[in-house]
Design a protein around this ligand. Structure first.
Ligand code: PA5
Length: 409
């Protein structure tokens, strides 16, 4: 079960109580599929055995001939897979190394990636719902050239995979033309809600992660208790926004959860930041950022709330050595990390910051699936409460238009 702890003023909880009926109505609206792009709400519950098998078959093929898989994508076609691969510690399927490309246009980044692939057997998968996003399209062309130089055209085609819209787009057309093995992105699911579709599942399966466990987690998260927790969190976030807070600082205590925080930033940012509304989501990793942004958080302009993602039982622990002295020696590092968590919460609460802590039991695929679904549902409901469409992202187009105008001269 996902646990949510609220270190906030009683008045905020009372305000959230008043919002609760609207949150339930928003949830019913999502479940009814009256809105576009709500396929994610019950995707994990409805996925068929053959859909899972299609993913595991391709992942098995990749593992049979490659040491590394380059996942090419950006935004929702990248962040979820990265979050899963960093967060989930168990690898029962002994997977390949997952590398990422296509989320920037840095020549240095892609050159270093090419150097890293030197002498290794690798495959690429291009993930793009539209099939035409510039950054991944460029990375694809660069990596395809590398594949052809190493293996020749026919084998390069056999080592190229596509995850895209089943019917439209340039990538779909190219996959058909060259015979790439292909997995569909459900048409009623947008990028940032797609981590538990082939978009995230294929890289996860190739990495050896138990994808059925992740899907089971998402299914269980849709059960009553976790759903109630999502609706409550959505109501509290909305109540906090109503008090004038304009920033949500989202943090973790394990570096392996940092990519998950990046995923939440996109989920919240693209879903809620529109029509002049929303709290700007920003990420921190503790203890690191307690020694940089910590000062601001404690005593700076109080424009923010905090959401902390906490792992109850991290994968490993370490015993503090004797040299640490009587108070510390022999105790686990995780105990210290929990003391940081509780100390930060107490100090920040003392400064008047609303602090919400979302705790997941461990770093299993099952817990990841639960956590991802938990934040998706919280986000969808909060967006509807705010009166925005949480499933579009019209603002993302603006930079692309300017970039193309600059390139055309
Ligand atoms: O959440 C979204 O829909 C976006 O962030 C997209 O995932 C992102 O823009 C990439 O688009 P595409 O998958 O079409 O390449």
């Amino acid at each position: 079960m996902i646990k949510v702890k609220y270190d906030v003023d009683e008045s905020l909880l009372a305000a959230a109580d008043a919002i609760a009926p609207a949150a339930s109505a928003a949830y019913e609206q999502l479940r009814s599929h009256a809105l576009d792009y709500t396929g994610w709400v019950d995707y994990a519950a409805g996925i068929g055995e053959s859909d899972v098998k299609a993913v595991t078959d391709i992942a098995g093929e990749i593992r049979s001939h490659s040491d590394a898989l380059v996942v090419i994508g950006i935004g929702g076609s990248y962040l979820g897979a990265r979050a899963a691969c960093d967060f989930i510690t168990g690898r029962p399927g002994h997977g390949v190394e997952i590398l990422f490309a296509g989320f920037n246009l840095s020549a240095a980044y892609h050159s270093a990636l090419i150097a890293r692939l030197e002498g290794r057997d690798f495959s690429i998968v291009q993930i793009s719902k539209s099939g035409g996003t510039v950054e991944p399209a460029m990375a694809y062309l660069v990596l395809r050239e590398l594949l052809i130089a190493k293996y020749g055209e026919a084998e390069a085609d056999a080592r190229t995979y596509a995850v895209t819209d089943p019917e439209s787009g340039a990538l779909r057309a190219e996959a058909d033309e060259r015979g790439y093995r292909f997995l569909p992105i459900p048409q009623d699911i947008g990028g940032r809600y797609s981590v538990l579709t082939p978009v995230g599942l294929l890289p996860m399966a190739a990495a050896g992660i138990d994808i059925e466990g992740a899907l089971r987690g998402a299914r269980d998260a849709a059960a009553d208790e976790d759903t109630a927790a999502c609706l409550r969190l959505a109501a509290v976030r909305h109540a906090i926004q109503d008090t004038g807070k304009t920033v949500e600082v989202i943090g973790c205590f394990e570096p392996s959860a940092e990519s998950f925080i990046q995923w939440i930033l996109q989920l919240y940012g693209e879903s809620e930041g529109k029509d002049g509304k929303g709290m700007l989501p920003t990420g921190v990793s503790f203890s690191r950022d307690l020694h940089s942004l910590g000062q601001f958080l404690q005593q700076g302009n109080q424009i923010f709330m905090e959401t902390l993602v906490d792992i109850e039982q991290p994968e490993t622990d370490l015993v503090i050595p004797e040299g640490a002295g009587a108070l510390f020696a022999g105790r686990g590092m995780n105990e210290f990390n929990r003391a940081v968590r509780d100390g930060v919460t107490r100090a920040h609460r003392g400064a008047g910051i609303p602090v919400v802590t979302v705790t997941v039991p461990d770093q299993s695929a099952y817990s990841f699936g639960k956590l991802a679904y938990f934040f998706e549902l919280t986000c969808g409901v909060t967006g509807l409460l705010m009166g925005v469409d949480p499933f579009n992202q019209p603002g993302v187009e603006a930079y692309k238009k300017e970039m193309m105008a600059i390139l055309r001269g």
